[in-house]
Write a protein that binds this ligand. Sequence first.
Ligand code: FRU
Length: 519
Amino acid sequence: MKNLRMSSITLLVLFALSISIFNMNILKVSASRENPAENYYSEIYRPQFHFSPEKNWMNDPNGLVFYKGTYHMFYQYNPYGNKWGNMSWGHAVSKDLVHWKHLPVALKPDKLGMIFSGSAVVDERNTSGLFEDESGGLVAIYTNAGETQQQSIAYSTDEGVTWTKYEGNPVIPNPGIEDFRDPKVIWYEQEQKWVMVVAAGDHIRFYSSKNLIDWEFMSKFGENEGAHGGVWECPELFELPINGDPKNTKWILQVDLISGAVAGGSGGQYFIGEFDGTKFINDNPPEEIRWTDYGKDFYATQSWFNTGNRKIWIGWMNNWEYAESIPTYPWRGAMSLPRELTLKTIPEEGMKLIQTPIKELQAIRKSPYQWSDLKVTPEENILSDIKGNMIEIKADFELGSASEFGFKVRKGENEETIIGYDVKSNQLFVDRTNSGQVQFDKQFPGKHLAPLQPENNRVTIHIFVDQSSVEVFGNKGEVTITDRIFPEPSSNGIELYTKNGEVQVISLSVNELDSIWKK
Ligand code: FRU
């Protein structure tokens, strides 16, 4: 009897317990249904501290402008699919260039065609007369791509959320050139005028305007200068102090080529010279080529307008060779990290554009590991206890007897991405031959090399590893290598390796990085 009672009590308790567990499960299920944030930006290969749209296709950054405390980023966007098409301007905003908030599509195709790449300016003196308020507003200058490519403008009185297209578009009709696109406009203080650079097939054209509406052709540059493996796109023009001296400046003309860049396919080059308000004069021999980045995935860079003494740009991490077949869904396309630009004279090499990750990125560092004065031998991986898919590595090496050294990241059982330095050839490299999914295009796998001279027998390597990319800065930004990778999420090993000898680590830090996409 007693036993029977006991067991019925047990049964009752068990029943009650199972009901509450059942209820808890229901609660859990409905909680995750009600709270999609739990799964937000968690797809395989989803960049965690780089910008990507929630869904659909994205290419070039467009209309980068800092206005009233907010960084705006527009971008080439297909609102209806995961491949290129229906080109519109997507829109996102940020207070720190690290965390982004998505806003509705800003510019959509119209009777003049799709909305291709372009830029945006703050017309703070209402030079255009498009604003009722004398403190002006934002003006976007972009390519309308229909039967021909022509330059048009639109203006916004609500800080970039909605735009009105100028009724007299195009402001620069097509001059009989098939590829005529990607206007980037700057304010040329000395002559109180707007200057536009725009790509025109095999050269860059320079226009000027007092009001952003009436444009006058001034000059062209480049038919016989630099690399011409493909059509020129997305030009950029800006002035930088040499070695930080504001009284001593040079002008940089950045030009992309759709194919034939240093690592194959699309990439960027830059020219250093003078701009006299009318024309650009290259300081260097026309056949000399200065590559912007030595990886395969840094294209269509654009800098923010109106950031005072800082010059910051961002690029699309992709390559037209395989852009439409990278294995991501339901979005396709990611931006690089924003990079700050300076100009420096390097002993025996001359003047160089220096790119460094913006300091704001330090805010997403967590769990730092640090070492100094370490001898690294081929036998031991001192980083074997550290795992991570989102990490920043900063290392200062003194060359020793090793013929090669560096890091293997996103290491799994059968895959790894190698970021190394070849001592004999003085080259920094990223080898993504065996980095994970590489078969989707035969142009994807490979090793990408950048020339890098040691300074006082030392080399620094600064790396950002995300779910599907590596960005590498050599000798504090003298060279950069940007490459997409598509490893298994479980491939999270890290190795510090050397070959055929030792290398001395002067200092080393490894930081795990936080996601910027928590809701
Ligand atoms: C560069 C580019 C631009 C063009 C845009 C079209 O990637 O080809 O020249 O404006 O993409 O989406």
